[in-house]
Design a protein around this ligand. Structure first.
Ligand code: BGC
Length: 448
């Protein structure tokens, strides 16, 4: 019982990193309205304020990768908590726009570091049978963070400094809580610290037998790994790398953050009357996102990753097409309700498929020696594509209109579906070591 409690606390802490990720990316949508009243903000600067976090993330992931490999998952998460606190306080007390942009960049650093490290830590601590559920917990926390940010924005308006400051609470909990948590046994073994790894396994597994089996498995998988980019680019692992990076890309270019960051603008473009109505519908987006992620949490280790990814993408294709058709037919009494219904269903399908599916597969498909590197590259691709989509969405909405931009996202969703159907293996119930063995024996006919 005590053992389980130990493990659960570590899982919750790593998932807290997800909450911070969601909160600090989501909070800007409402805060921006009031920042613009206090400072002179051109449309270009507005874009830069939003994108600064994403740019910081890109840097954070690059820094986080070698840190997680060298100093361990726990120390890296601790560092991210410190940076979260510094960034949050800096945002809260910003005296001018340049300061705010710099502070948002620091926040982005923290999100970048933790977004690559937390899922790896979770996947490495989790027993195989519930790994999907535990890594999905990270995604659930992202959605809870986004929803909290939407609600705090609504409640604290117009106090944008307070909106930022609220983020300090989860950051403090992460900082304090991560200290007594165990280090990843897999990372410890990769550094030759077998005694310590054994201690952790005994602490987080229910029986000694289970711990022993896992220790042997990890050692075996370490024995034939060299690590580094060279390893990752070897023929059999190239496929894993392509899957990680392409899933990251598809998660973003199918339009999720056009909705998460710009939902009120979409609702207004569809003819929504009041600001309040658009903001409330946005809270609806946040709620559905959380609820559908909870459903995914229960389903992902039962129905499997592939099934949920394909189901989710099918729904996204239908709802994005409905949005495109709605905008193409044009304004009319029906466009606003059709848009709200399609956006809500779209979010639901994202949240059961690509939302958790990408983070989970990226955390589990790479062999130990290259796991943080592989995860880092996939996370980098995710933030890079996010940056491009977020910067181009307002422009595309303006130039192509809703019909054009949503057709584009629907088109990418079709390609993603075909790719997943053809190449993504089912990893449900497999140990991380079995997944490694799969890549070693990879050929087109083999399916997990
Ligand atoms: C994505 C984020 C997105 C969030 C929405 C995550 O999986 O990586 O970019 O904002 O889901 O719930």
């Amino acid at each position: 019982m005590q053992k389980k409690k130990h493990a659960q606390t570590s899982f919750l802490l790593a998932a807290l990193a997800g909450l911070l990720f969601g909160y600090d990316t989501g909070v800007i949508s409402g805060a921006l309205l009031f920042i613009k009243r206090e400072f002179v903000v051109s449309p270009l600067l507005e874009g830069v304020i939003v994108a600064a976090v994403l740019l910081g993330c890109l840097i954070g992931v690059s820094v986080g990768m070698p840190l997680a490999q060298r100093f361990g998952r726990r120390a890296t998460l601790f560092l991210s908590a410190v940076v979260f606190i510094v960034g949050t306080i800096a945002c809260t007390f910003a005296l001018d726009i340049a300061w705010l942009i710099a502070a948002r960049l620091i926040l982005g650093l923290a999100i970048g570091i933790s977004s690559m490290c937390a899922p790896v830590y979770l996947a490495e601590l989790a027993p195989a049978g519930v790994r999907g559920r535990l890594v999905t917990l990270f995604q659930l926390c992202i959605t809870l963070g986004i929803l909290t940010a939407y609600l705090v924005d609504l409640l604290l308006a117009p106090h944008w400094r307070g909106m930022f400051f609220v983020g300090v609470v989860p950051a403090m909990i992460l900082l304090i809580g991560i200290l007594p948590s165990p280090e990843s046994p897999r990372w410890l073994l990769s550094k030759g610290r077998e005694d310590k790894a054994w201690e952790v396994l005994l602490r987080v597994r229910s029986t000694k037998k289970e711990a022993k089996r896992e220790l042997v498995d990890i050692k075996e998988s370490l024995a034939h790994q060299q690590g580094g980019l060279g390893t990752l680019l070897k023929t059999h692992l190239r496929v894993a790398l392509a899957i990680g990076v392409l899933l990251a890309f598809f998660q973003q270019v199918t339009g999720i953050n056009a909705v998460i960051y710009f939902a009120p603008s979409i609702f207004k473009a569809a003819g929504f009357g009041s600001d309040l109505g658009a903001l409330l519908a946005t809270v609806g987006v946040g709620v559905i996102n959380v609820l559908a992620t909870i459903a995914a949490l229960y389903a992902i280790d039962r129905l499997g990753r592939r099934y949920l990814l394909l189901l989710g993408l099918s729904g996204m294709i239908v709802t994005l097409s409905a949005l495109a058709v709605g905008f193409w037919i044009g304004q009319g009494g029906f466009l606003a309700p059709l848009t709200v219904a399609s956006v809500l269903m779209y979010i639901m399908f994202f949240a059961i498929g690509l939302g958790p599916g990408f983070w989970l597969l990226a955390a589990e498909i790479f062999p130990l020696e290259v796991r943080s590197l592989g995860m880092g590259l996939a996370t980098l691709a995710n933030w890079g594509s996010n940056l491009v989509v977020s910067l181009t969405f307002p422009m595309l909405l303006h130039s192509l209109g809703g019909a054009g931009v949503f057709s584009l996202y629907a088109f990418f969703s079709v390609i993603a579906w075909v790719f997943i159907k053809g190449y993504v293996p089912e990893t449900k119930g497999k140990t991380l070591e079995e997944i490694e063995a799969y890549w070693l024996g990879f050929n087109r006919q083999t399916k997990l």
